[in-house]
Design a protein around this ligand. Structure first.
Ligand code: SF4
Length: 381
């Protein structure tokens, strides 16, 4: 029998508003218009109350992301936090606010601390003005430096986002500059050009060679500065890992609140599914109560999802724990793909812990495909 925790301990809140739309962005975001934020906040309160009634909730982490949550006016963000606290409570271990450098001041940093945030995820992206201009960001390097310095001074655990593989970007200077400002965590993502974005329309491309060099330089530089690459794209000083994001990578359940937010919920007892994934609709449908798409996750699907996410972690995942949570005997059920990928040098198995090797990280999709194929029934002779 599976022994999945029936209590949901993590909450993601999506704030879909941004001052302008960056040319590489394919998130569900929009600029604000009169009355829209007010309606968003009212609906958020309703959805919070509904989630509180539908699930057992005892929060360890809260993550308010977007979009640009710090673009909300002070009274609006205060209202949002009060509404979440009233219905769902607040994280006892970590509460993160995503912040755009152009929105930071000492007074606002103090307010965000008073509201209960202890971690700030700052969209720095680069400390080079030409790179920021190419990325269409609204802030410059001076604002990014001041924002991080202010937030560190206000007592936040600060994470800086970097985009790598940008043509002409002085990546090492970006990394060193960010670390010197006092961040304890760096999320480094390759520039990707998604269909439908402004960059796609302009024909911007990212060379695989730049992508690989970006990853290698980032790892070498951050490792030399005392950071550990604990996930494919994330680096932390000891103890500075994102507890909220670890919950995703470890296959925990979480609430998704707001338009476009994805949630992962325990299924009702007695159902064949172990969990339910639900993605809320975009703003206009969500405002009128749309429920979005739900997908029942059977135990085998839960295992392959957990492998796909867990193998992103340097530490990998504990197969005995995954078997206990899912009710699937993972080592027996997936003995063939485990053995094949260990033999290829893409996975390593030590005791019950399965992890991807550095070579395996580059081809993780291929590795997980082997597990998915092991689920398909064999063809009849
Ligand atoms: S700030 Fe972030 S979420 Fe907003 S448009 Fe730019 S990339 Fe997208």
């Amino acid at each position: 029998m599976p022994a999945l925790d029936p209590t949901v301990r993590h909450l993601y809140v999506h704030v879909p508003f941004c001052p302008t739309i960056c040319p590489y962005c394919d998130f569900h975001v929009l600029t604000r218009r009169a009355g829209l934020v007010e309606r968003y906040l009212e609906r958020l309160e309703e959805e919070s109350a509904w989630l509180a009634g539908a699930y057992a909730v005892d929060l360890d982490t809260v993550y308010i992301g977007g979009g640009t949550p710090s673009f909300l006016r002070d009274a609006e963000l205060t209202g949002l936090v009060e509404s979440v606290r009233r219905h769902l409570g607040w994280g006892r271990a970590e509460n993160t606010l995503e912040i755009n450098p152009g929105t930071v001041s000492p007074a606002r940093a103090a307010l965000w601390r008073d509201l209960g945030f202890d971690r700030a995820s700052v969209g720095v992206q680069s400390l080079d003005n030409a790179t920021l201009k190419f990325l269409g960001r609204q802030h410059d390097a001076r604002q990014a430096r001041e924002a991080v310095t202010t937030l560190v001074g206000a007592g936040f655990r600060v994470s800086g986002d970097l985009i790598t593989a940008v043509p002409g970007q002085p990546l090492e200077a970006d990394i060193r500059g960010l670390v010197e400002l006092g961040v304890g965590h760096v999320s480094a993502y390759t520039l990707t050009v998604e269909p439908g974005t402004e960059f796609a329309r302009r024909g911007v491309t990212v060379e695989e060679e730049d992508e690989r060099r970006g990853f290698e330089e980032t790892e070498a530089c951050l490792t030399a500065l005392g950071f550990s690459r604990y996930e494919i794209s994330n680096y932390a000083r000891p103890g500075q890992e994102s507890r909220h994001n670890l919950a995703y990578w470890e296959g925990r359940t979480y609430l998704g609140l707001g338009p476009g937010a994805a949630g992962h919920y325990p299924a009702a007892p007695g159902e064949a599914a172990l969990t339910l994934r639900r993605t809320n609709p975009h703003l206009h449908d969500w405002l009128v109560g749309g429920q979005g798409e739900a997908e029942a996750v059977l135990p085998e699907d839960y295992v392959t999802d957990a492998l796909f996410m867990g193998l992103r972690l340097r530490a990998g995942l504990d197969l005995a724990d995954l078997s206990r949570r899912s009710g699937v005997d993972v080592r027996t059920r997936y003995a063939a793909p485990i053995a094949a990928n260990v033999a290829r040098g893409l996975l390593a198995l030590e005791g019950d812990r399965l992890r991807a090797t550095p070579g395996g990280w580059w081809v993780l999709n291929r590795v997980v495909t082997d597990f998915l194929e092991a689920e398909r029934p064999a063809c009849p002779d």
